[in-house]
Design a binder for this molecule. Structure first.
Ligand SMILES: *Cc1c(COP(=O)(O)O)cnc(C)c1O
Length: 360
């Protein structure tokens, strides 16, 4: 429907005032190399398709029944993976839905929510949708986060870690500091890209994930997703980890909105992915290798490239003409993401292609 024909007379004020998130373009032409929504260049574990096929072949009759409302098997598999209790795990239809329920559950108009000024662009959208007072805290000049700049009364803090679109990682020491300095606020660490982070902390399974701090802080929530590191953006599975009381609040919020966010096929597929750790480790490593080689290539071409711990790199051409480079790449059939915003307009985001050799 074209803009002029929309009649919003019957809309609520809430609906009228929304300004929805605009996802990266999803072109339908096969010959385009689509690198703008940070999906994984590798396919999911073959065990995912096996599990879904098995449900269809053997339990198709069960599709007439509602799925497990709290995704019990998947929750148990995730709890085991991270050595948590099932009551510390929450599941939703993609981590975007989990984030929406977090905004609705914990953040307020009266006490602000703090977030970096350059971060995932869905946060301001949720703030508006749920009437949350979002206060943006400026990143440092080098795009890092200084926890001292968050010292003010708030109902919560939300930080993507690694951050998007910079790819920079905040240390667990800094997250610890934020959680202990704000005992009356919910600290949300959005770990959409954490599986691509490699930290030498002697605990290679955790790789710097704040999930390791959950038993230490009852005000810490960590969200993750199957969309990036597990190559399952199309299945829509996301999760939150935290203290059982925080998880109970999310469950109540979910059950006041949609009791069955994950269908049977998604639950079976996601569980199968968790049960194939070898494949997961291997593809994460391949993505990390691609990231390092793209970084090296771009630096050789004179680009400034931030040290990314994610599955994309944030790069600035030497003349700062990122918008021009992005449209030039578009003409060659390669879509990258450029944000026409202060401080970052001279950069573009390049996710990784399976065979990465960009001619820029
Ligand atoms: C991709 C992404 C998400 C959303 O993931 P879904 O699980 O697909 O909804 C959340 N946060 C960040 C920072 C992301 O990049």
């Amino acid at each position: 429907m074209s803009e002029q024909k929309i009649d919003n007379r019957l809309w609520s004020n809430t609906a009228r005032n929304l300004s929805p998130y605009v996802p990266g373009e999803q072109p339908q032409h096969e010959n385009l190399c689509k690198l703008n929504t940070n999906e994984n260049p590798f396919p999911p574990s073959p065990k995912v398709a096996d599990a879904i096929t098995q449900v269809l072949a053997q339990q198709a009759d069960e599709l007439r029944l509602y799925p497990a409302p709290e995704s019990d098997d998947l929750r148990a598999a995730l709890a085991q993976l991270y050595a948590l209790d099932s009551h510390q795990v929450f599941l939703g239809n993609g981590s975007d839905e989990v984030l929406a329920l977090i905004f609705a559950s914990f953040f307020t108009k009266e006490r602000p929510l703090l977030a970096p000024d350059i971060s995932y662009s869905f946060y301001p959208v949720y703030a508006q949708t749920f009437g949350v007072n979002l206060v943006q805290i400026a990143l440092e000049k080098d795009f890092s986060i200084d926890p001292d700049t968050y010292r003010q009364p708030c109902s919560g803090i939300i930080i993507a870690n690694p951050n998007a679109p910079t790819g920079l990682l905040l240390s667990l020491a800094h997250i610890r500091k934020l959680a202990s300095e704000h005992p009356n606020a919910v600290i949300v660490i959005d770990e959409a890209y954490i599986d691509f982070a490699r930290i030498d902390d002697g605990n290679s399974d955790m790789q710097g994930s704040a999930v390791s701090l959950i038993n230490e802080f009852d005000n810490l929530l960590v969200t993750q997703t199957f969309s990036k590191s597990r190559s399952l953006a199309g299945l829509r599975v996301g999760m939150a980890f935290g203290n059982a009381s925080l998880i109970e609040s999310l469950t109540r919020m979910k059950n006041s909105f949609n009791s069955y966010p994950l269908d049977k096929l998604a639950q079976a597929g996601a569980t199968a992915s968790i049960l194939d750790p070898e494949y997961f480790k291997q593809t994460c490593q391949q993505v990390i290798d691609l990231r390092e080689s793209l970084t090296t290539q771009l630096i050789a071409l004179g680009y400034q490239v931030l040290p990314s711990q994610a599955n994309f790199v944030f790069a600035r051409p030497h003349d700062g003409k990122a918008k021009e480079v992005a449209s030039m790449l578009r003409e060659q059939g390669i879509i990258v993401r450029h944000f026409d915003k202060p401080r970052i307009q001279e950069f573009f985001v390049s996710p990784l292609a399976r065979r990465s050799s960009m001619s820029v």
